[in-house]
Design a protein around this ligand. Structure first.
Ligand code: KIV
Length: 266
């Protein structure tokens, strides 16, 4: 049996210059499939609010929804490290509330680590959470929970903003995060941050020089037809495959071709 991936394994991968692969999963069957594909980490991302629940953004996702999905993924007993996103307003009100909610994600959800969006502004939370041995993955740059401040999903850290993103990265590392997602920032800046930090950087829309990459499973499988960001590579086109299968079923039931004796009990 392959060995379960741990936080020290992820840190070692940066030392060994071995690229880290992370992919989202929100339920038991996809967790099994993603884990079989060999990823190093599974992220139960709050992107589920968009690609699973059909909301326009991630702000509507609740703690209880995240725990429900994290539990389903944990039941697949993945070899991959299991990281769960902390949803909007679960860690913003007070440090006490953040600690309780992050603890719930490990205790009730079965996650090994939590992901928290924010840079210098969230370091007090990251410091408190890591001080009670809850591993934290940071997330800076284009942080989807800040959609209203950013005025949409826009690339962050261009020109004079670059210094602030670098400061965010250093602050998150110093606050105790074991890894950091860099989303939607120029490739050159992501490369500089990756060189500067001792913790692994995991990029999404941040170019090829991060220590690892993460993508949303629905995006790579062509299941999210609404919108496909520039940084997504579609490795399969499953939407027409699924629609065709359903159409065949509908036609066969209507024509009487299904079910046959083969699918019936005597
Ligand atoms: O919610 C999510 O899936 C994420 C990744 C895209 C990094 O935060």
């Amino acid at each position: 049996m392959r060995k379960k991936i741990t936080i020290p394994d992820i840190l070692q991968m940066k030392q060994d210059k071995q690229r880290i692969t992370m992919m989202t999963a929100y339920d038991y069957p996809f967790a099994r499939l993603v884990d079989s594909g060999g990823v190093d980490a599974i992220l139960v991302g709050d992107s589920l609010g968009v690609v699973f629940s059909g909301h326009d953004n991630t702000l509507r996702v609740t703690m209880d929804e995240m725990i429900y999905h994290t539990r389903a993924v944990a039941r697949a007993k993945p070899r991959a490290l299991l990281v769960a996103d902390m949803p909007y307003m679960s860690y913003h009100v007070s440090t006490e509330e953040a600690l309780r909610n992050c603890g719930r994600m490990l205790q009730e959800g079965g996650a090994q680590a939590v992901k928290i969006e924010g840079g210098m502004n969230m370091c007090h939370v990251i410091r408190a959470v890591t001080s009670i041995d809850i591993p934290v993955m940071g997330h800076i740059g284009l942080t989807p929970q800040s959609i209203h401040r950013m005025g949409g999903y826009k690339v962050q850290g261009r020109k004079e903003q670059a210094e602030r993103i670098m400061d965010d990265a250093l602050a998150v590392q110093n606050a105790g995060a074991f890894a950091i997602v860099l989303e939607g920032i120029p490739a050159v800046l992501a490369a500089e941050i990756t060189t500067e930090l001792s913790i692994p950087t995991i990029g999404i829309g941040a170019g090829p020089d991060c220590d690892g990459q993460v993508l949303v499973i629905h995006d790579i499988l062509g299941l999210c037809e609404k919108y496909s960001p520039k940084f997504v590579k579609r490795y399969a086109e499953l939407a027409p495959v699924i629609t065709d299968a359903v159409t065949s079923y509908v036609e066969e039931v209507r024509s009487g071709a299904f079910p046959t004796k083969e699918h019936s009990f005597t």
